[in-house]
Structure formats: C-alpha cells, structure tokens
Ligand binder design. Structure first.
Ligand code: AMP
Ligand code: MN
Ligand code: MN
Length: 333
C-alpha cells in the first residue's frame, strides 16, 4: 500500500507566510499547460482571491486550451507580465526554469520564488521555497495539502479536481492512492461534479481531434516485437487538419494501451525539423530517464522532451534505450 504524502505544519506555515509577505504575486506553470498545470494555477489564484483578497495576483501562462476555458478565472490568464519585478513568483507543475519558456525571465527577476511540483526530474536548485514530492500524483494534490481546507471554495475545488483527475488518467494510473481518492471525495463535497469536469476536459473531442487521433493510430508502427509503438504527425499534416499540440493530447494514451506494448512514443512536429516527443511506459521502462538524456524530463511512466533533427534517428535512439532498459529488467527478473 502506498502511504499518503504529507506536508509538515512548518511547510504549510512557510507557504502561507510567503504569500502574506508579498504584495504582488505571479502564478505560472509549464509550457503547453495541461490539466494539472492549468488546474494548479487557477486553483492557487482562486485560493489567494478567497483567503488573501488584498493581494495583487496574476496568472502568467500560455493560452489555456479551449476545453479548460469554462473554469472560473481562465479568462484572467495573461501572457504579458507586469513591468515591475513580482514580490513572489509561484512556479507550479514545472520541473525547471526552461519549462517556464517565455516567463523564465520574470521568474529570475522576482524577489522570492516558490516551486510546487511532483516531477521526478525536478532539480533541487530550482526555487527558493520548494514543495516538491515525486510521490504526489499531481501538483494539485500538493496544493490541496498546503491550502487550509475551509478556504477552498467551489472554484478552487473544481480546478484542483481537474488537475488530480487528469494526472491520474482519470483515477486509474498507479499514482491513484487512497489519499488521492479521499481528496477527490472532499472536493466533490465542495460541489464539484466529476462527470461534468471529466467529460468536458478529458473525453470530449472535436471532430478534427478525432480525425487526427484516427490518423495517428492508423499510421502507428510497432518495433522490438511489439514492445514499442510509435506514431509521428508532421507539420504539414497538422496544417491540413488545422490542429495544434493541444488537439493531440489523448493520442499517446491510446497508443499506450495497445496490447503487448511496454513503451509508447508520440511525436509531432512543432516547427520544421523540431519534434515534441511524448513517452509513456507500462511499468518496465523508466521514460523520465530517457527524456532527460534529450534535455527533457517528467515522471517514470510519463515523460517528454523536444528533439531537433531527423525524426527516424530520434526514434531509433529512443528505441535503443528502451531495448537496453528492457534487457536490464529481464536480467533482474
Ligand atoms: P507530455 O508527454 O507532454 O504529456 O508530458 C508527460 C510528462 O512529462 C508531463 O508531466 C510533463 O510535464 C513532463 N514533460 C514533458 N516534456 C518535458 C520537458 N521537456 N522537460 C521536463 N518535463 C517534461
Ligand atoms: Mn503538467
Ligand atoms: Mn502534474
């Protein structure tokens, strides 16, 4: 049984003290914000609004996906930081300053910084106050533990539920612990409607999103006797369908559940010759380790990186590392 993650009373106090000591606060997260990243940023914003209404908080994030826009405060997300350095900069669900992309400079200039995260690849030099636990299923789970429960209102609860449900693959990945379910239950008591959040933000697809999913599955290829599956979508095809990265979110999950697969790879071309790589493992392969060799990172079973160059070389290199890990794993059996 997995034991619950904990934050100490002292950690809760220093988290709150950092907010109390600040007048201006920036809340930010990783590039290509996913459910946990958007959820964390909106939840913290809602919490500060409720608990510390006199603070001047801003959410600095890349534009949030259409499917998250019904959430309260999603319309407050901005890409334009204030001119003056912020007193406090929250970096949420983000393993390193490079992943803050265009907000990295604002982070560097801030008077104080806080990092709340759960990536195994998070570097321990990142952030002045650090609340980082790779055992946590989601950054939203950590925030829930850092927040004072009575000050979590419906808007905040909804955003936390979004993050926890997405990063657990809708409560089914191995990070779904008793504590995760108990937190989800507490959020439901705050008025969250699971079927609404899950359908609106996870399962619902536009026609075009379904088409590109179909295309990626049709063109997927098995390697290493079916232990690896990969699929690639080129820029010109993305243009034909009129899709961007956020339209292809579920593709990797569908590839991963292919019978016999140990490791799934999905690549799409962000710019000419520059590929975003998503990797998922079914347990025997540590994909975070592989992603880190390409300058990326993530979790043991879900990681990513961005790689320039010939896409076949990238796939061959990754396949070689997967094969090596699988061999090591069978030797250890
Ligand atoms: P993705 O495949 O983009 O859904 O990412 C899977 C996991 O790996 C997520 O938790 C991401 O935050 C993380 N991740 C993806 N790309 C990177 C990267 N370049 N550096 C660090 N972590 C990453
Ligand atoms: Mn994330
Ligand atoms: Mn996360």
């Amino acid at each position: 049984m997995t034991s619950p993650i904990t934050v100490t009373t002292q950690e809760v106090q220093s988290f709150h003290q950092a907010i109390r000591d600040a007048e201006t606060i920036a809340i930010s997260g990783h590039t290509n914000p996913d459910g946990d990243c958007v959820g964390s940023c909106l939840a913290l914003y809602a919490y500060i609004k409720n608990r510390y209404p006199d603070k001047k908080a801003e959410i600095l994030l890349e534009p949030v996906g259409e499917r998250f826009r019904f959430l309260k405060y999603a319309d407050r997300v901005t890409q334009t930081p204030g001119e003056e350095p912020y007193d406090l900069f929250f970096c949420l669900d983000c393993s390193d300053s490079g992943r803050l992309a265009r907000f990295g400079e604002t982070f560097e200039k801030a008077r104080h910084t806080v990092c709340v995260d759960h990536h195994v690849s998070n570097q321990d030099t990142f952030g002045e106050y650090r609340f980082v636990n790779a055992e946590a299923a989601a950054t939203c789970q950590m925030l829930y533990l850092l927040f004072e429960e009575p000050h979590i209102d419906f808007e905040c609860a909804q955003a936390l539920y979004l993050g926890i449900s997405h990063d657990t693959g809708i409560f089914k990945h191995s990070n779904t612990t008793r504590q995760v379910m108990e937190i989800a239950g507490a959020l439901i008591e705050k008025g969250v409607r699971p079927e609404f959040i899950i359908d609106e933000t996870f399962y619902k697809k536009t026609y075009i999103q379904n088409q590109i999913l179909g295309r990626a599955l049709m063109e997927s290829i098995l390697l290493l006797d079916g232990s690896i599956i990969f699929s690639v979508i080129k820029k010109k095809d993305m243009e034909i369908y009129g899709v961007d990265g956020s339209d292809m979110d579920g593709i990797i999950d569908q590839l991963r559940v292919t019978e016999g697969v140990e490791c799934a790879l999905f690549l799409y071309e962000k710019e000419e010759g520059l590929f975003k790589v998503s990797m998922r493992s079914n347990g025997r392969v540590n994909v975070s380790e592989i992603a880190q060799t390409f300058g990326g990172g993530g979790h043991i079973k879900a990681a990513g990186c961005t790689v320039a160059g010939d896409v076949r070389d990238t796939i061959n290199n990754i396949a070689y590392m997967v094969e090596y890990q699988l061999k090591q794993d069978s030797e250890n059996d």
